[in-house]
Write a protein that binds this ligand. Structure first.
Ligand code: DQA
Length: 145
């Protein structure tokens, strides 16, 4: 079965406890279920991960290079400054959707820049945890056979 990779970056393991006024009360385990349902509904297998380290995210994107039909990436704060993750995204041959739970443009100015966006196919932000379902569905719709 074709695979959709959903890759999460630092501090997203703390969802549910972390600043609930910004990120809501949904946990990462709940989000995994949301993504699994969205992928399964379209006949895709989900590969879901979360890493606090930059190198581990890059390793996962390298696995996605060979295995993924599409990628959803919430790189957390690395979004705003990691050229190493940007390079890993740039080489991906499949559609990649950048995702943020919060509306990063309505927050601190350092969150307004994404070094990943130029290499992503699409960007979803501000829809809360349910944004993951939209992102998985959109990523699948972007797949060209
Ligand atoms: C985030 C936004 C980032 O600015 C922040 O560092 C995160 C989460 C989001 O999902 O809204 O860790 O990517």
């Amino acid at each position: 079965m074709k695979k959709i990779f959903v890759v999460n970056g630092p501090n997203l393991d703390m969802l549910g406890k972390r600043e609930p006024q910004i990120y809501g009360k949904t946990t990462l385990a709940d989000i995994k279920k949301i993504c699994e349902e969205a992928a399964k509904a379209k006949g895709y297998e989900l590969v879901f991960s979360q890493y606090n380290g930059e190198g581990e995210i890059i390793d996962e994107l390298h696995r996605a290079y060979t295995d993924a039909a599409a990628v959803v990436l919430n790189a957390g704060a690395y979004t705003h400054y990691s050229y190493a993750i940007a390079d890993a995204v740039k080489m991906l041959p499949c559609p990649t959707v950048e995702l943020h739970i919060s509306n990063v443009f309505a927050r601190e100015s350092f969150r307004h820049e994404s070094v990943l966006s130029p290499y992503c196919t699409a960007l979803i932000a501000g829809l809360g945890a349910n944004g993951y379902a939209h992102a998985v569905t959109a990523a699948i719709e972007l797949i060209r056979d």
